[in-house]
Design a protein around this ligand. Structure first.
Ligand SMILES: C[S@@+](CC[C@H](N)C(=O)[O-])C[C@H]1O[C@@H](n2cnc3c(N)ncnc32)[C@H](O)[C@@H]1O
Length: 207
């Protein structure tokens, strides 16, 4: 990365961290995971998309307060959960003490060299990174994330949308992973709706 590129990425991370820490600082559960049927249905659909059975190593990106992390710890031997917000992570640690939490920006974080995941989960997070000025770094994320999967490992994308334009944008995440040699296994839009917001759930696999 050039110095200018590093500066743009750090500035973007600073703004996102500040925004998310403010949002999580206002109250617990700002996205209402505990009380909204849409979120409960979305997390159920994500759980099912990972397939039956136990997993070895899982990476969750943008774990927020750990609502899905908690489920992951029940079915995986080792869960690494990453978030840029330290306020959210403090709550996530209480909810899912069995996970390994990392405070970092996905744009610059990398797992330990020998790590290879059975599953990588990206729920409502990629649109925070898709920002003007960091397009090249954002594009580089797709092959990087794909390279962290084991052969046969699954990558789960679950992003909300409320218009055709947003749906096309969420699909473009899946298309970028396909261009990074992941194979699409399934794609659904679960029935649940939250004030016009629905979720595009895509499951991809490393061949
Ligand atoms: C809307 S929440 C999604 C929570 C959960 N993954 C889900 O599916 O509902 C988005 C989370 O992504 C985190 N996030 C945003 N940008 C990030 C980045 N660059 N690196 C790591 N986490 C980030 C935010 O702090 C926030 O906790």
């Amino acid at each position: 990365m050039s110095v200018w590129s590093e500066l743009r990425v750090s500035w973007q991370a600073f703004k996102t961290r500040r925004k998310m820490n403010r949002q999580f600082g206002r109250r617990e559960d700002p996205f209402s995971y505990a009380t909204t049927p849409y979120e409960a249905a979305r997390l159920d659909a994500m759980d099912a998309a990972l397939g039956p059975g136990r997993l070895e190593e899982v990476l969750e990106v943008g774990c927020a307060e750990g609502h899905f992390t908690e489920r992951l710890t029940r079915r995986a031997r080792r869960v690494t959960a990453l978030d840029i917000s330290t306020v959210a992570l403090a709550r996530a640690l209480k909810r899912a003490p069995g996970a390994v939490f990392v405070a970092a920006d996905l744009m610059t974080w990398a797992p330990r060299p020998e790590a290879a995941y059975d599953a990588i989960v990206l729920g409502d997070v990629l649109y925070y990174l898709d920002r003007p000025g960091v397009g090249a770094e954002f594009a580089a994320l797709f092959p990087r994330l794909a390279s962290w999967l084991k052969p046969g490992g699954r990558l789960l994308l679950a992003h909300g949308f409320s218009s055709d334009k947003e749906l096309a944008h969420r699909r473009s995440f899946r298309e970028r992973f396909e261009a990074a040699a992941l194979r699409l296994v399934s794609e659904t839009i679960p029935d649940a709706d939250r004030g016009g917001v629905r979720c595009l759930l895509s499951t991809l696999e490393k061949i």
